[in-house]
Design a protein around this ligand. Structure first.
Ligand SMILES: Nc1ncnc2c1ncn2[C@@H]1O[C@H](COP(=O)(O)OP(=O)(O)OP(=O)(O)O)[C@@H](O)[C@H]1O
Ligand SMILES: [Mg+2]
Length: 307
């Protein structure tokens, strides 16, 4: 049974992939494994934007796919409103698949090139049993919500810009009336100004629809700008968790410090020394104030909050 209460939780989630065996391994019968996700526990509050950040290959997409049940974890549990999602069946499983939607990094390949945008959205709505005049009106509403002109509905995906395609991907997810949107690198294929627009759109949807968003990025600047909580991932584990202020200004884990240092012009340094030619994203980051608590107290609280 799906219960109200705890919203979206991951308990000690692990995903192992068995790799193809080489000749030697075939002889010794040992199949090499890679733990893409290695014991992740997280609790995401309803109506928040949770940022998941980490370098390439650390397991972000694997975790996203587990959240939306595109793949099953090797061990651990995903709980949604108190229910173990692996045990949901029938109508409850269908409800979960509608409630937790994914926006993919590469909007081009996630949209069928042979379907016009109207059809893409109509098919999503028909999965919810909405058709006819109701679908037409909902399609117009969806296009408005994501800031697209309805004139684009008759176009094919390749006739849209990257930013427009990403908005269609978001509209298609919204067509399912989700409660959670898992956005896997939604802006990494876009240029900086489009990145800002899509992040603003996600923030608007969070505010206006109360949508819970898991925003995945390798770019700490992107997540720090939009999120209420950030989880830093390294080698399949969450190594740091906190508010943007905490993660940016008092990182506990050495990997987070490394991630901060690797951001161009150094996020770690930006809050100390302001320079005149700063981008809007940098301004947003700098508006994040230093926490007042002493550093050791913050470290203690955050170590306790990393499950
Ligand atoms: N189907 C698979 N079979 C074997 N290994 C896999 C598979 N999918 C992912 N991996 C491995 O799991 C690890 C995590 O991959 P994942 O795609 O989750 O990383 P990521 O953090 O999303 O990286 P990126 O930022 O590049 O998208 C990597 O080492 C990857 O090679
Ligand atoms: Mg990925």
């Amino acid at each position: 049974m799906i219960q109200p209460g705890h919203f979206f939780e991951l308990h000690d989630v692990r995903k192992e992939y068995v790799l193809r065996r080489g000749l030697l391994q075939r002889l010794t019968r040992r199949a090499p494994k890679v733990a893409a996700v290695d014991g992740v526990s997280l609790s995401i509050e309803r109506g928040t934007i949770f940022g998941l950040v980490g370098e390439s290959g650390c397991g972000k997409s694997t975790l996203a796919q587990i959240m939306v049940r595109l793949i099953e974890p090797t061990a651990g549990k995903v709980l949604y409103r108190g229910a173990d999602v692996a045990r949901l069946r029938g109508e409850e499983e269908r409800a979960y698949r509608h409630a937790v939607q994914m926006v993919f990094q590469d909007s081009g390949s996630s949209l069928n090139p042979r379907k016009r945008i109207r059809r893409v959205l109509a098919e999503a709505l028909s999965a919810r049993g909405v058709g006819g005049a109701a679908a037409r009106s909902e399609i117009a509403t969806l296009m408005r919500q994501v800031g697209l002109d309805t004139a684009l509905l008759h176009r094919f995906p390749h006739e849209l810009s990257g930013g427009q395609r990403q908005r269609v991907g978001i509209a298609r997810a919204l067509a399912m009336k989700p409660e959670v949107l898992v956005a896997d690198e939604p802006v990494s294929a876009l240029d900086v100004s489009l990145q800002g627009q899509i992040i603003n759109l996600l923030c608007d949807l969070n505010r206006e629809l109360g949508l819970t968003i898991v925003l995945i990025s390798h770019d700490l600047a992107v997540v720090a700008r939009a999120c209420t909580q950030i989880g830093v991932m390294n080698a399949g584990k969450i190594v740091e968790r906190g508010t943007p202020q905490q993660v940016l200004f008092s990182p506990v884990d050495p990997f987070t410090r490394q991630l901060l240092a690797s951001v161009p012009r150094g996020l770690a340094g930006r809050h100390r020394r302001l320079e005149p030619d700063i981008s809007p994203a940098e301004k947003a980051l700098r508006s994040v104030r230093q926490p007042r608590l002493p550093a050791d107290e913050i470290g203690r609280q955050r170590s306790a909050s990393i499950a």
